[in-house]
Design a protein around this ligand. Structure first.
Ligand code: 4EZ
Length: 231
């Protein structure tokens, strides 16, 4: 097993990199990939940069260039479900691209021919996350994550994404990573901790909470990785 660990921003993978020893930095396609062995298992860590295009490139590189056979994403998200508060964890059951729109031709939002609106996460990894949550005594919400190339800080857009995709949280990379993993039949998992509520205060809240929420997500993911490498 070779595990790809991805975030979009440096803050999202920093708590992971801190826990790795003997890290080798590899430069590829204008990005840095950090190779290490964690408890006897090979891991590759990278942050993609923000958005669907960069995250697609990095996910694809992780699988095709570095030959990772499982991909785990950690980061922060805007909360859509009103029950989600800053710092709460969300595990994606499935993901959709909220900004993919050829509805003028009668297609559903998020759908293009030969694609699908939603891509489902690996079920075993979702089950593993629940076990880890139970052992840590923390709550993790399984829900739908909507992805698009925009930082949502607007009630109208948030409400559209909520009602159209039944999204619980939104961000800018999950669904594109999901499409890559699904196409290459590699199991994947997307974990996010809430940094803001995608509303008028989102920009302000994001800046205040990105680091602490990113750490909540990364620390949880490390506990999952501990279980995965022990298998
Ligand atoms: C994108 N990520 C935010 C990147 C912000 C600032 C320099 C997560 C995220 C997010 N994405 C947190 N809150 C969000 C929101 N309200 N809308 C979109 O994955 C870059």
């Amino acid at each position: 097993m070779k595990i790809a660990i991805m975030g979009a921003m440096p803050e999202e993978v920093a708590p992971i990199l801190e826990k790795l020893a003997n890290v080798e930095e590899v430069n590829y396609a204008k990005n840095k990939y950090y190779k290490a062995t964690y408890k006897g298992t090979e891991v590759v860590v990278a942050y993609s940069k923000i958005g669907k295009v960069f995250s697609t490139l990095t996910a694809s590189t992780m699988l095709q260039m570095f030959a990772c056979d499982v991909l785990l994403f950690t980061g922060v998200a805007g909360g859509v479900n009103p029950q989600l508060k800053i710092g709460d964890l969300v595990v994606a059951s499935k993901l959709a691209q909220h900004d993919l729109d050829i509805t003028i031709f009668g297609h559903a939002h998020g759908y293009v021919p030969e694609g699908s609106v939603y891509v489902e996460s690996d079920k075993d990894l979702v089950v593993l996350s629940k076990l880890v949550a139970q052992e840590m005594g923390v709550s993790v919400r399984e829900g739908i994550i909507a992805t698009g190339d925009q930082f949502v800080a607007d009630e109208t857009r948030k409400e559209f994404i909520s009602s159209t995709f039944q999204a619980d949280a939104l961000e800018m990379e999950g669904a594109s990573v999901a499409v890559v993993c699904d196409a290459l039949s590699v199991p994947f998992f997307v974990l996010r901790s809430i940094s803001d509520s995608a509303d008028m205060d989102a920009g302000f809240n994001f800046e205040e909470f990105v680091q602490s929420s990113a750490k909540v997500s990364a620390d949880f993911l490390m506990n999952m990785i501990d279980k995965l490498v022990a298998k």
